[in-house]
Design a protein around this ligand. Structure first.
Ligand code: AMP
Ligand code: MN
Ligand code: MN
Ligand code: MN
Length: 278
């Protein structure tokens, strides 16, 4: 189904295919009335889309998807509805952007060693349009240079979890990222927890730490989620007293077969994040 609320998607400010303006225009066309652009470690796309959103009558919520580390794993934390002028979130954006740049240099060095071939970081940066460099840009570069046949293979062989290009040393711990969002008046949401390869016990320990640090939300309706996963996330939201969030995690028409706004129905028994900002 297409939801009229989509609180998780990407633009060219990170690894999405559409510019912020185009994304907002498509959202309006699709009947989305409340939208949060949640680019990786930046809200440049949100800033860029504000004018278009107000002219099209789309309620654009501030958003960011922060890369964090918890217990040695990279997790994603969505920040929503923060004050975009707040010093804490602006500092977060600066730190994360520098972290991404430093990480890109390390990824390039490690790929060079592994492939025994030069990696042109400037070309990777160009694929990122001069904005946040992510592993998908490296994947695209590796395909373009003929090192691998597809983006998927680039991830499964070189960039995915535990592979040579999986560099996470620069990410802050989860608590730090939650504080950035909360200090800026926003809501910290645990992103796509059903996709982390954690045991139930570990996931519950993670959500306890998340809640204790001031985290308030959990994604309970998400683009790539089956009804079983939705049930599990709803149950965890209730157990930990977390508000439900929803989003497609749309990156572009060609990625994962996802569409903007498309996700399972929001569970009726979980209070939504927007109940606290409306
Ligand atoms: P990064 O933010 O640089 O760590 O890169 C992670 C991003 O890579 C995720 O947000 C996804 O958008 C993307 N990604 C993960 N796995 C794949 C894959 N198999 N193919 C294409 N993109 C992927
Ligand atoms: Mn992404
Ligand atoms: Mn994510
Ligand atoms: Mn995302």
């Amino acid at each position: 189904m297409t939801s009229s609320i989509d609180l998780h998607c990407h633009t060219t400010a990170s690894d999405g295919d559409w510019t912020p303006e185009v994304l907002v225009a498509k959202a309006a066309e699709r009947g989305i009335t409340t939208l949060a652009i949640t680019d990786h470690d930046t809200f440049a796309g949100y800033r860029q889309a504000r004018e278009t959103a107000s002219s099209l009558g789309v309620n654009l919520i501030s958003g960011i998807e922060l890369s964090v580390v918890w217990s040695g794993m990279t997790l994603h934390m969505v920040g929503l509805d923060f004050d975009p002028e707040a010093p804490a979130i602006l500092e977060a954006e600066r730190i994360q952007t520098e972290g991404r740049q430093a990480r890109a240099e390390i990824i390039a060095q490690r790929l060079e060693k592994r492939l025994n071939a030069p990696i042109d970081l400037a070309a990777v940066a160009a694929l990122a349009g001069g904005q946040q460099i992510g592993r998908p840009h490296f994947a695209r570069y590796l395909v373009n240079e003929g090192h691998v046949k597809s983006m998927n293979l680039a991830f499964s062989r070189l960039l995915g979890a535990g592979k040579v290009g999986d560099v996470k040393a620069m990410w802050p711990d989860m608590e730090t990222a939650i504080h950035w969002v909360v200090e800026s008046g926003g809501i910290a949401v645990m992103a796509h927890a059903h996709l982390y390869r954690m045991t139930r016990t570990k996931l519950r320990a993670c959500l306890k730490d998340f809640k204790d640090a001031g985290g308030q939300g959990l994604e309970v309706a998400y683009g790539q989620m089956d009804s079983n996963q939705r049930g599990q996330m709803s149950a965890l939201a209730k157990e930990f007293g977390l508000l439900g969030s929803c989003g497609s995690d749309f990156h572009g028409p060609s990625r994962y077969g996802l569409e903007l706004g498309v996700m399972p129905a929001f569970p009726t028994d979980v209070p939504p994040v927007w109940s606290v900002w409306q």
